[in-house]
Write a protein that binds this ligand. Structure first.
Ligand SMILES: Cc1cc2nc3c(=O)[nH]c(=O)nc-3n(C[C@H](O)[C@H](O)[C@H](O)COP(=O)(O)O)c2cc1C
Ligand code: SF4
Length: 515
């Protein structure tokens, strides 16, 4: 009898040794005379257990983790290939409370299927959404997205349906779909996991967007630090083309749509949509002045839908299951689910897809298991390097766009990074401004100069030089950056600084180190 064993090929799992584990497994099974079929999946997002391997048994998939190359012989000898007991046995993976309590709509297939097996994708409901979109036509497809109340997952949370409607209404003969896969935020990895774990979902979402607005070409703008995602996407695009899901006659509909990859060099500002368009066109990644909006005049001067990976990968579910099936999740104006990425000082870091409304405390403790160091969690940064720092008193805030805006914070792309009570918040505030100075495109003065002068003023605060005067200067610089910057990089960099000052003011008044 052949035993099927799954080992992830996700970059996070590979960084922890999944490839060596897979090879050791093949060798150990051969030695034991057991015939195995090695299959590769994406990650389940349980990164503290990676490399997490799964054995198909009569009762379902039994997981073991973290399994290093060195553990394999012992596991095989101990009966792992029959689902036997072991210290590393996690148990039936689908029943694991960390996973079972999630509401995985966008990530439904990630970790369960072979990302490059089109039959797996189809068996898991793939391409039903595209067929539906082609059946009902552009206007009804856009209407479905409007009704789903899906908002962009790249950071700004703009209603996706409104954006698509604007592009649909443009009379141009040439239009584009640009997928933002730059994923520059610290602590975020959902785009990467999705592209590596379920690339056909992104391809299908982009194809639906193209059919909805009348675009014939799509670009995925991928950062150079994602070489695994690049290979998976290239392969998946080729397979989609060969099967007639991309190309001159998508699904026999007579509609044309194809996708190209463009690799960015890894500048944070290239994630800003107009910089990204500049970069795709082959120029330096510098922010464009708006108007015109990309929906009116975007890539190569043509109307362009710009959406994040997760936004686009969510579209097939909405088309296949209907707007209400998606909209029923969530609360208030935040509908559907959000794939949260928990990182930093927590025991169980990973991807948690839940309906909007879970509180930060539930995320940190129920899923994260508290800090990895065992010390109290003191501060949490949500929404990337330009997100506010939240103190313990705000941990009961529901993860939802408006609730976060009400406390001066943002959800962004759903990255959550935890720090324990050893964190120096003055250093964190300074880091935000130094990061902004390094990543600034230099086009406008508040960001280009403000970030440098602000970091210098914080250095003087750290040395104990005229603290009151320098802190007042920092606040004034932040005010100018917030209100006068051309884009969100300069406009949002003050959020971590001002929130650190507001909630952790004591860190700015510690005795200066002796020189
Ligand atoms: C400095 C900066 C960096 C950004 N980086 C990203 C990014 O890496 N990925 C992303 O999808 N959106 C990023 N955005 C947001 C994009 O400008 C844009 O709002 C988004 O791609 C639109 O897609 P959505 O509506 O699906 O969210 C960034 C914005 C700013 C101001
Ligand atoms: S805010 Fe910064 S990144 Fe944005 S346009 Fe101005 S200089 Fe460039």
């Amino acid at each position: 009898m052949t035993v099927t064993v799954w080992v992830p090929r996700d970059a996070g799992a590979m960084a922890l040794g999944a490839e060596a584990t897979a090879q050791a497994l093949v060798a150990a099974a051969r030695t034991a005379g057991i015939d195995i079929r090695l299959r590769r999946n994406g990650s389940r997002g349980m990164y503290w257990l990676e490399p997490l391997i799964e054995v198909e048994c009569a009762t379902g998939r039994i997981a073991y983790g973290p399994v290093t190359e060195r553990d394999v012989d012992g596991l095989v000898d101990g009966g792992m290939l029959q689902g036997g007991p072991h210290d590393l046995r996690v148990g039936p993976i689908e029943e694991h409370p960390w996973l079972g309590s999630q509401q995985r709509l966008t990530f439904a297939r990630v970790g369960r299927t072979d990302p490059l097996d089109l039959d797996d994708y189809l068996a898991g409901g793939g391409y039903r959404g595209l067929r539906r979109a082609l059946e009902i036509g552009p206007a009804a497809t856009v209407r479905t997205i409007v009704d789903s109340r899906l908002r962009g997952r790249g950071g700004a949370a703009f209603p996706t349906g409104v954006k698509w409607q604007t592009v649909l209404e443009q009379p141009a003969t040439e239009k584009f779909v640009a997928c933002n896969a730059d994923e520059g935020d610290s602590g975020t990895y959902s785009d990467r996991m999705l592209m590596e774990g379920d690339p056909f979902a992104l391809i299908e979402g982009m194809t639906i967007a193209g059919a909805a607005v009348g675009a014939t070409r799509g670009y995925v703008y991928l950062r150079v630090e994602y070489p695994h995602a690049r290979l998976v996407l290239l392969d998946a695009i080729a397979r989609s083309r060969a099967a007639g899901y991309l190309g001159e006659d998508v699904c026999g509909s007579g509609r044309r749509f194809d996708i190209e990859l463009r690799i960015g060099a890894g500048a944070y500002v290239c994630g800003e949509e107009t910089s990204m368009l500049e970069s795709i066109e082959g120029r330096r990644g510098e922010v464009r002045v708006r108007p015109p909006l990309p929906a009116h005049k975007g890539l190569f001067g043509a109307p362009t839908v710009v959406n994040n990976v997760i936004t686009l990968a969510t579209v097939p579910f909405i088309l296949a299951e209907g707007a209400a099936a998606y909209c029923d999740y969530g609360q208030a104006k935040s509908r559907g689910t959000l794939p949260l990425q928990l990182a930093g000082n927590v025991r169980r870091a990973g991807l948690i897809e839940r309906a909007f409304g879970l509180t930060l405390r539930e995320l940190l403790y129920d899923y994260g298991g508290g800090s990895a160091s065992g010390r109290p969690i003191r501060a949490v940064q949500v929404g990337g390097p330009l997100g506010a720092y939240l103190p313990e008193s705000q941990f009961d805030t529901p993860l939802e766009y408006e609730a976060f805006a009400a406390i001066g914070a943002m959800l962004g792309h759903g990255g959550v990074v935890a720090f324990d009570d050893t964190v120096d918040m003055l250093a964190m505030a300074r880091h935000a401004l130094v990061f902004c100075a390094q990543e600034s495109c230099g086009k406008c003065v508040p960001c280009r100069m403000g970030s440098v002068r602000g970091a210098e003023a914080l250095d003087r605060v750290a040395r104990g030089v005229d603290r009151d005067g320098n802190l007042a200067l920092v606040e004034e610089i932040c005010d100018t950056m917030t209100h006068a910057s051309l884009c969100g990089l300069g406009g949002m960099a003050p959020a971590p600084v001002l929130s650190a000052l507001k909630h952790f003011g004591q860190d700015f008044r510690r005795p200066a180190p002796r020189s």
